[in-house]
Design a protein around this ligand. Sequence first.
Ligand code: FUC
Length: 743
Amino acid sequence: MKKIWMLGCLLMVTRLLAAQTNAQPLIIWDNRPATDWMTQAYPIGNGSLGAMVFGGVDRERLQFNESSLWTGDEQETGAYQAFGDIWINLDDSATAFTNYKRELDLNTALAKVRYEKTGTRFTRTYWASHPQQVITVNFTASKKGAYSGEIRLTDMHQAAVSAAGKGLQVAGALNNGLQYAVRLQVKHTGGSVQLLQKDGVPVIRINKADGFTLLLAAATNYSNQRSQGWRGADPLPVVRKRLDDAANETIARLQQNHVKDYQSWFNRAFLQLGGVATAANKLPTRERILQYKAGIDAGLETLLFQYGRYLLISSSRLGGLPANLQGIWNDSNNPPWRSDYHSNINIQMNYWPALPTNLPVMHQPYLDYINSMREVKKANTQKQYPGVRGWTVKTENNIFGGESFLWNTPGSAWYAQALWEHYAFLQDTSYLLHFAYPVLKEITEFWDDHLKRRPDGTVVAPNGWSPEHGPHEDGVSHDQQIVHDLFTNYTEAAAVLQLDMAYARHISDLKSRLLAPKIGKWGQLQEWETDRDDPEDQHRHVSHLFGLHPGRQFTVTHTPELIAAAKKSLLARGDASTGWSMAWKMNFWARLQDGDHAYKILNNFIRLAGSGNVNYDNGGGVYENLLCAHPPFQIDGNLGYTAGIAEMLLQSHAGEIQVLPALPAAWGEGTVKGFKARGGFEVVELSWKQGHITKLVLRSESGKLLNLLLPDSLKGNLPLRREDAGYRVTTPTRVGQLLSWGR
Ligand code: FUC
């Protein structure tokens, strides 16, 4: 069974490799080295192995991570750990450098540092290769013999560094028994390389090399196969083999393989907003953020959009763990919120852009994670709610199933949405049957058992908490809406598969009795059953609008009264906020189909945040390296921003595809390629000028019925049928069929 859907997965991968071209420059850059990890260094990653690049001229530092280096176990949450650092000290620190540039190119996933010293040009190129599973740093110079210096490796858990062949190695274990290993090797041209002992520690000494390359591999014995009790193979032989394989390739080939692999994902979605890239590109990113003005630097808005996709590709790969609060990048053994998996918005938001922006394979680690948790979570749930079927989760989660903080009962139902969405976008029935449905069903069973039936016939989620404020009580709107979403997804899945029809009818009946959303005394959508919403409340969580986004209970087309109430609530909550909260608000305003308001939040998001401390008082924004400042850095904001832009330009949650549903006036013209819509459709091209669509080409990937709605203002010269809501096309399609309108 599992094999069939794995095959489906592979076919999907191959089919999806058809690339778009990203012609525009997408570069984050600076004219000085980084001194601060969180706000300045640049992230590179291959899904599990990652590093932050500082780019110091004489003192280079690469702080590296591996996604499974975690303390904790099935009970204790523990924390995601920093792995170690590579330090490169070059001898010639007395000579001044000029023409320094440090960049991260999103088109190639290569970081680069360039500078000059007394006429010699020095270049470094950094990448984290997925095909090779190594981090590579290549040092070249325009003059022979230009490099002399020392390279050290340090471990964040103080295990001893030993010499290994021509390189350095650490093999250690955490207090939970998790084994880890890292190996660093150097290849060089010209001059010589030797291993020395310095202060009792082995270091690599480089003497007058023309150039050299560092190769680093790191792994742990973590396995997400529950049958092995989380403990897999000894990581040291794995790491050794990866390094040997990489060392046998030429550097040019290593780089080519990396760029090709990365682009096979990245190039699948293209976005250009507001005409051709602006001159702002010529400014270091830090200054560009400071000078950012809405309506002028659409290039920066696009850069941030693509950065979200870059970060997801770099932190979420098939077979690996999902992106945590900081993706995979973390320099501390005691990071904020453990750099964990928070189930009350954060991990979910990480995956919002994956399907709409054509990265379905990057979505899979999240689904695999959910799947791998089931047995542990069932056991934990039994302890809390004896006798129920299925499972749910607490708010803070690790990679072993251990969890902490409060029971976040709707957490599992929110996870279930991702399982359904993967089907909704890709229409892969084999995946739905073999992978998603069993999980959807057991989560549905939990709620079937857990819900409270009241004497008046209404059904409520008991003892909930609207994250993260207000009383603990029954029927909290957030819980009601998430359960509503789960039941919708479950019954639709059962209908597609024609399975468990009697049970699906029972769930459908239960859904119809769920305490319904209420409109309160100031016209707001009530956050609780009691009409107690405070119009002054500006809490960052806006959880009672789940049904608007990412749910689909409230839609402009089908529930205009609830939409009006949701708008009231959102206006009261205000625009200023912290990182992920702003990103969520962009998505809300997109779903309210108010493009100008979504754009206003987007403008607030592009604001240089100074401090890396946990401090919400001054609101969120982005750092110089464009990582989202909650603050501190949390990757959810970056990924939610990307999803927000996708949501402004294409929607498909209401049973129809809506093109440019929330286009702000500032984006008078633009082009989108490769975005995906539910029902199995891809935008081959969508172009607009002066707010009017000039070209729309869709490809049917599923052969399903196309139900397309275009607003009046965008009718242009398209042959469409007029309806109240706009212009509609309803037509059967064939797999692979292109449907086009306009010039
Ligand atoms: C939730 C939020 C916090 C933070 C944390 C990781 O609890 O309320 O703001 O994002 O997750």
